[in-house]
Design a protein around this ligand. Structure first.
Ligand SMILES: [Zn+2]
Length: 483
């Protein structure tokens, strides 16, 4: 998070010149402003054609396609007319004698105006961009050198002008050093250059800059510190250098979630986003302490939980780096998927795992219970089709305070070292397509003298022909018992 910006809607104008004054800047500096979802629609319906007989629309749409084909961004075309001077949330392009009532500057070929909307993190999103082309200039459509002899003598190439303005629509600024269509001045370059493409890739691939971990329900100890990803990395631009950890999670059904990020010293900020970084919610509660909480009810889908801090201290007691504990509780009406699969020896499988803990015979499933609840814990394995019908075995591990316990065939959890050999099996059997494990039934923690405990269950299976290999899942089935 950075300190609050005040403008919710803002706009900028940027033009392409025939000649320009000297400028200084680094290679493709990005403001970070971009379109959510890396796509937009442009309304293209210009009248007329060039002297060489190419419709202005054809040349403009070809320029849109060049960007779409070379970058992660997608331009879609709607062949209807929209006035580029109207603030209607739609992107238009047209020739005009002036720029929406203002004279074009000297030597200005075209102007792009962009409108922005603030987002929770990073530079504001672009929400509208319009292009006005200077009708007083003599345009044609041609490749090669800017200065032409013959029929296009004295003309300006409309197509490369369109490429340049579309770069501004995408969120690019001027490029002053490397060879680029995004140079402030039109040149002999008539197609997108490596630097233009690299700038768009960088702007729209911020998520690739950061490590993304699987979110575990229950407790996770972590820290935000030097070397971690920053909001600037994640959003590919902007000024926000606060550290950020990114956790991914999947929901297979509507789920109520309670997130807390607890720290004695780290100024904590929690945000929720869709998997493609559409920010959904942020902890806006300002407490006296450094911690953060966020509650949400989310439909099925892929999400990101962002554990963030500020780029400069806000409260005297809190800092902008340090350790934190993440605590995630959930409640859902069905068992949960347990993440991507994994294996002890690196073998690949298409196995899928799900599991659930219920205290009301399956009316709801969650991970936070009281000592007096009567718990049923079940898990289901969808066995890899290649393994179905083979002699195999099932394994259930429970991790408590870093200790591993394995369920034996008598239904008791046996404490083992960190590298148990041989692996204790819960069941030996011929593997079926779907295997259901009743890990515990009607367990009341208080009756065992347990008042408070955190357990992460992991289930897996193996083949009798390869007993050292176990196929399991990456997200543990978490149980928190607390009064
Ligand atoms: Zn420009």
């Amino acid at each position: 998070m950075s300190h609050f910006s005040t403008k919710t809607i803002s706009f900028s104008m940027i033009g392409l010149l025939i000649t320009s004054a000297a400028q200084t800047a680094d290679a493709f500096e990005l403001s970070g402003s971009k379109w959510f979802g890396a796509e937009t629609v442009i309304y293209v319906d210009m009248e007329g054609q060039s002297g060489t007989g190419i419709l202005w629309n054809t040349a403009f749409i070809a320029a849109m396609d060049d960007w779409t084909n070379a970058t992660p961004f997608t331009f879609a075309v709607n062949e209807a007319h929209r006035d580029p001077c109207t603030n209607d949330g739609l992107n238009g392009v047209d020739f005009a004698e002036d720029f929406c009532g203002t004279e074009f500057g000297n030597n200005t070929l075209a102007v792009t105006v962009r409108r922005f909307r603030n987002t929770l993190l990073g530079a504001p999103d672009i929400v509208q961009a319009d292009i006005v082309v200077n009708a007083a200039e003599a345009f044609d459509v041609f490749d090669g050198n800017l200065v032409q002899f013959g029929p296009t003598f004295g003309k300006i190439d409309f197509r490369r002008t369109a490429l340049h303005e579309l770069g501004h629509v995408l969120g690019l600024e001027h490029e002053n050093i490397k060879a680029a269509i995004m140079a402030p001045k039109i040149s002999n370059l008539d197609r997108l250059q490596a630097d233009d493409i690299a700038a768009v890739v960088a702007l729209y691939s911020g998520l690739d800059n950061c490590a993304i971990k699987d979110l575990n329900f229950g407790l996770t100890n972590a820290a935000l510190d030097t070397g971690d990803c920053t909001v600037q990395d994640l959003t590919a631009g902007g000024e926000d250098t606060s550290f950020i950890d990114i956790y991914r999670f999947e929901l297979s059904n509507t789920t109520e979630l309670e997130f807390s990020m607890t720290s004695l010293t780290l100024e904590s900020v929690l945000l929720l986003a869709s998997a493609d970084l559409n920010y959904l919610d942020v902890d806006s509660v300002i407490n006296d302490d450094c911690s953060s909480t966020l509650d949400a009810t989310l439909p099925p889908g892929s999400y990101l939980l962002l554990a963030n801090t500020y780029d400069e201290p806000i409260k005297e007691a809190c800092q902008t780096s340090g350790a934190y504990q993440l605590n995630v509780a959930f409640l859902s009406d069905s068992p949960q998927a347990l993440g991507n699969n994994s294996s002890l020896q690196g073998g690949l499988s298409s196995a899928q795992f799900s599991g659930g803990i219920t205290a009301n015979n399956g009316v709801s499933f969650g991970n936070r219970f009281t000592p007096d609840d009567s718990l049923d814990i079940t898990a289901t394995i969808t066995v890899d089709p290649n393994h179905v019908g083979q002699a195999g075995f099932l394994v259930v591990a429970a991790v408590v305070d870093g200790q591993i316990l394995l369920l034996n065939e008598q239904g008791a959890f046996i404490e083992v070292g960190t590298n148990p050999d041989p692996i204790i099996r819960a069941v030996n059997k011929t593997l079926e397509a779907s295997e259901t494990l009743d890990i515990v039934s009607d367990l009341v923690p208080a009756e065992l003298g347990i008042n408070s405990i955190t357990v992460d269950f992991v289930i897996g299976y193996g083949l009798a022909s390869d007993p050292a290999e176990i196929y399991f899942h990456q997200v543990p089935l978490n149980l928190i018992v607390a009064p």
